[in-house]
Design a protein around this ligand. Structure first.
Ligand code: IMP
Length: 186
């Protein structure tokens, strides 16, 4: 069965391929603006753009980010461009640490929303969370984005130290993909 995925991100495509081995995966850039106030809304904007010209097939889009409790849920949907444009991971991580200077409550979570359009044209949204906390300094060099600063609950090492295999077992994206898989194979 064909699955059209609204991303060119090689890391995401590999993870989707691993969890959905029976699907023929095609990747496509939806080229739309992510203007929704939440992850599910942005995932829906992207999947609709792709599904519009793939009727009768599955289409999928995701949107994800980091929510920090003491910052009222920021950076949230602005995770990629927290420190402004152009997107810079070192600048985002530095700003996050600066905004949490002297803050004791380090609780945070990653969220991933996956929107799907099924072959009959129906829309579905599934969500995965990974709760944890923000470290006081970065560690590790695996992964991407906020991984060097994020320590998942039950661990004392950052995602960037834990590495991809361990991360995928518990990550927000791994959990959302598992829910998507259950929905698609039901
Ligand atoms: P997007 O869903 O690919 O647009 O991700 C938005 C942003 O959220 C990324 O640019 C990262 O800053 C952050 N993010 C999402 N998932 C992760 C993750 O697994 N690790 C670290 N940062 C992430």
């Amino acid at each position: 069965m064909k699955l059209n995925v609204a991303t060119h991100n090689a890391h995401k495509l590999r993870e989707i391929g691993e969890i959905l081995p029976g699907f023929e995966i095609a990747s496509e850039d939806p080229d739309v603006e992510e203007t929704a106030p939440d992850f599910a809304g942005n995932a829906l904007i992207k999947v609709r753009a792709v599904a519009a010209h793939h009727q009768g097939e599955w289409s999928m889009a995701d949107d994800s980010g980091l929510e920090v409790r003491a910052l009222g849920g920021a950076p949230g949907v602005r995770s990629a461009r927290y420190a402004g444009e152009p997107c810079s991971t070192p600048a985002n991580n530095a700003l996050l640490l600066k905004n949490l200077e002297g803050v004791e409550d380090r609780a945070a979570r990653f969220t991933c929303a996956i929107a799907l359009v099924d072959p009959e044209g129906r829309e579905h949204v599934v969500t995965g969370h990974c709760p944890g906390r923000i470290a006081h300094e970065p560690s590790g060099d695996a992964g991407f984005g906020y991984d060097p600063l994020f320590i998942p609950d039950g661990y004392d090492k950052s995602f960037a130290v834990l590495g991809e295999v361990e991360k995928n077992k518990i990550s927000h994206r791994g959990r959302a993909l598992a829910a998507a898989r259950a929905l698609m194979l039901a």
